[in-house]
Design a protein around this ligand. Structure first.
Ligand SMILES: CNc1nc2c(CC[C@H]3O[C@@H](OC)[C@H](O)[C@@H]3OC)c3nc(N)[nH]c(=O)c3cc2[nH]1
Length: 375
């Protein structure tokens, strides 16, 4: 049986060890390392599919938990699946809801069977299990599905993290058992283990013994210091199969995308660019720019003079500041176009640097202008 998703290694950067690759999916190819814009509720907020294609977003994400509680996966299924529903014909990855159930809902109860929780929208009592998460993602028709997992909070004690990862492994097994269309949809497992290197190893060994077509690293970008995240990556990526995609969930800022690529990650997702755009914060080659600042009132230059995006080619800081201050939706659209383009362009630059064996030099020059750390 042909796998729905395969990883094609292209080359390894001689300077940094980062890798260039291609992820082949039923809806197209993803050049990696890649940043994946997040469209949690079946839309990358304020962006049309055409605008996403113009900035060459290769794949977008959506979310099982959110679409389960609204509009309901049966409606999406009746529409012909998520690609049809949102008019996106490139790859889609759906998260399993394992994160949202723990972060968004209150009154939740975790058992071996699954998680009972209250909808954060109307308080309805709901239940998600590995089988339910697979049924939802099957209805959505995503190219890449994530196994139902528990993302432990940070900090969490050793015993809790150990018990949690072992249940996540048993849940991953149940996801595999209830996977009805492996030739159309790829199921990725999620490695947990908190901030404990030996538990990361245990989780990786348990999950890679079950031969999934791809693996994510979960349980990071949950408030831990960045150096701790990088340490966990260094402990975990070497344990992951070299011929399968590696996806770091919920990451991230420009510096984390570069540092994660250096540590062998192929796929990243983060709400940062779209989330900060909504309050007018922009990523530029000289670091973050808060457009509401009065000093931009009569600044008629582009957000970023080095940027080739639609926003920077056509509008000034003064105009965008005015729109954001006036709470005009078009202002949010312009900052969102810019921020998404900025991260997608950054990953194109990372891939070029890997091709030319100079990713560490690229990192140093990027940080010199952008700033060493960006949360
Ligand atoms: C932000 N840091 C972070 N996000 C994380 C997510 C959600 C991404 C999902 O959540 C939404 O964005 C917040 C998006 O919907 C995204 O995927 C689609 C995780 N999901 C799962 N299943 N397991 C994890 O261990 C996990 C860890 C994370 N760390």
């Amino acid at each position: 049986m042909t796998a729905a998703v395969t990883y094609e290694p292209i080359k390894t950067c001689k300077q940094s060890g980062a890798r260039l690759g291609r992820v082949h999916t039923p809806h197209g190819v993803i050049e990696t390392p890649a940043f994946m814009p997040v469209g949690t509720q079946a839309t990358v907020k304020t962006m049309s599919p055409e605008e996403l294609k113009t900035m060459d977003a290769q794949i977008i994400l959506s979310n099982t938990y959110h679409l389960f509680i609204r509009p309901g996966h049966d409606i999406v299924k009746q529409a012909g699946g998520l690609h049809k529903f949102m008019n996106w014909d490139r790859p889609i990855l759906t998260d399993s809801g394992g994160f949202q159930v723990f972060s968004l809902s209150n009154m939740r109860k975790i058992t071996e069977e699954g998680v009972t929780f209250k909808s954060h929208l109307n308080g309805d009592k709901l239940f998600i299990s590995p089988e339910v998460a697979m049924e939802i993602q099957n209805a959505l028709g995503s190219d890449i599905m994530m196994a139902f997992d528990e993302c432990p909070p940070y900090p969490a004690d050793y015993e809790y993290v150990k018990k949690s990862l072992e249940r996540t492994t048993r849940w991953a097994e149940r996801c595999l058992q209830s996977h009805s269309r492996p030739q159309d949809q790829a199921l990725f497992a999620i490695i947990q283990g908190g901030m404990y290197a030996d538990l990361r190893k245990l989780s990786a060994e348990q999950l890679t013994s079950m031969d999934f077509p791809g693996y994510a690293i979960g349980g990071l970008s949950v408030g831990e210091p960045k150096h701790m995240m990088y340490e966990m990556l260094e402990q975990t990526t070497p344990l992951m199969p070299a011929n399968k995609p590696r996806y770091l969930m919920g990451v991230g800022s420009p510096d984390a995308l570069i540092e994660g690529s250096i540590r062998g990650i192929d796929m990243f997702d983060c709400v940062l660019p779209t989330r900060i755009a909504r309050n007018g914060t922009c990523m530029t080659s000289e670091g973050r720019l808060v457009i509401r600042n009065a000093k931009y009132m009569t600044d008629f230059g582009p957000l970023d003079p080095k940027c080739s995006c639609y926003t920077c080619q056509n509008y000034s800081r003064a105009y965008i500041r005015h729109l954001i201050k006036a709470d005009e939706t078009f202002g949010i659209r312009l900052t969102t176009v810019h921020n998404l383009h900025f991260l997608l362009q950054l990953m194109r630059d990372v891939r070029e640097a890997i091709m030319e064996d100079r990713l560490l030099d690229f990192r140093d020059s990027f940080f010199a202008s952008y700033g060493l750390n960006d949360n």
